[in-house]
Design a protein. Structure first.
Length: 364
């Protein structure tokens, strides 16, 4: 599961990517600095993992991770191939969620591809290119489906109606995720098409240091503009975050954050947001050898969660022994949880909850 960072050239995408991952994407003050997408595997910050480490004192700790892709800046005309547009759009299509970076700061020393700072215009430029690409895909599909619908094929007629709704919405400048359709139609006809503007999106407002804790007018403009989209908006000072990551010690980084009035880096908030955007959650295994966070889709069953560790665990699943995170913290150890009768035995139908601590019994 990958989240892709998109935006116009020079809005801070590669600098943000550098903050999020140990990979150092080239970052420079001119458009098209990034051509091939950089991929970083980023640890998901989780205070619960730190708590479990304190209680268990394991030999090692393994956090959950999420893949972040830095995609080159899109420009007007990308849907028609401008500025390596087809390659960039192909890279976006391969991601599962979009982190849309918007420049929300004034600085005459950093050039803007359109000559002035206007995050709403920038958002609309990107949206239009993505919508035009989706419209192209919908029209191609519609041509095929229409022929089948004309023969009286009921299924094709139903699909034609959905495709027409998509076409009308996209032509009106509405992203697929905001077009009104039933969940059934979305699952059956829209999801298999992997349309770019159907992907969940988070808007990341790149502000300057003075707005790192409170945001600014640009951020409020973005919030107003996307209110109908059911999308999350966060703001962070990407340049400042980059300075923080350059500091060598944890103590220095904490002092810098405290001076800004922050309790944690904004990048931590963004990574957790990307994890949620991808519809992912975490369960834990906790033993003296290892305390580990495992990533599963929201709604995964116990056997599916076991399969993340090893496919044999899923194939031969017998039962799961489950402790809620709150109980583990309250009683302080697995043994004490058992003594208190708070360990549960769950079967194949159990839906894993975020934060569960689990052991699996299996037989292959």
């Amino acid at each position: 599961m990958k989240a892709g960072i998109v935006g116009l050239p020079n809005v801070g995408k590669s600098t943000l990517f550098n903050c999020l991952s140990n990979a150092k994407a080239q970052s420079a003050n001119f458009p098209f600095c990034t051509i091939e997408p950089n991929i970083g595997v980023v640890n998901v910050p989780d205070k619960r993992l730190e708590k479990l480490e304190e209680l268990v004192n394991p030999e090692r700790v393994v956090p959950a991770t999420v893949e972040i892709v830095d995609i080159a800046g899109l420009v007007k005309g990308a849907s028609k191939g401008e500025g390596l547009g087809n390659q960039f759009l192909g890279n976006i299509r391969e991601t599962d969620a979009i982190l849309h970076v918007l420049r929300c700061f004034d600085n005459d020393n950093i050039v803007h591809v359109d000559g002035s700072v206007n995050p709403i215009r920038d958002k609309e430029t990107i949206d239009m290119e993505l919508q035009l690409k989706d419209l192209e895909s919908v029209e191609k599909k519609l041509d095929k489906v229409k022929r089948a619908a004309k023969t009286g094929n009921k299924e094709a007629q139903k699909e034609e109606a959905v495709l027409n709704a998509l076409k009308q919405g996209l032509e009106a400048g509405t992203s697929v995720r905001a077009i009104e359709l039933s969940p059934e139609d979305r699952a059956e006809y829209v999801k298999p098409m992997q349309l770019i503007t159907d992907k969940p999106v988070m808007y990341v407002c790149n502000v300057d240091e003075s707005a790192a804790t409170t945001g600014n007018d640009y951020v409020e403009q973005v919030r107003d503009a996307v209110a109908h989209e059911n999308a999350e908006v966060i703001f962070l000072a990407v340049g400042t975050e980059a300075d923080i990551t350059e500091l060598e010690t944890y103590e220095e980084r904490q002092m810098f954050l405290e001076d800004l009035g922050l309790t944690e880096p904004g990048s931590a908030k963004l990574i957790r947001g990307a994890y949620r955007l991808l519809n992912l959650e975490t369960y834990f295994t906790a033993g003296v050898k290892e305390v580990r966070a495992w990533t599963i889709p929201v709604g995964a069953t116990a056997p599916q969660a076991a399969g993340v560790i090893h496919t044999d665990f899923e194939k031969g699943f017998i039962r799961a022994e489950v402790i809620s995170y709150d109980d583990y913290i309250k009683f302080g150890s697995e043994a004490k949880v058992k003594e208190a009768g708070r360990m549960r035995v769950e079967g194949k139908e159990y839906i894993v909850k975020d934060g569960d601590i689990m052991h699996f019994r299996f037989n292959v």
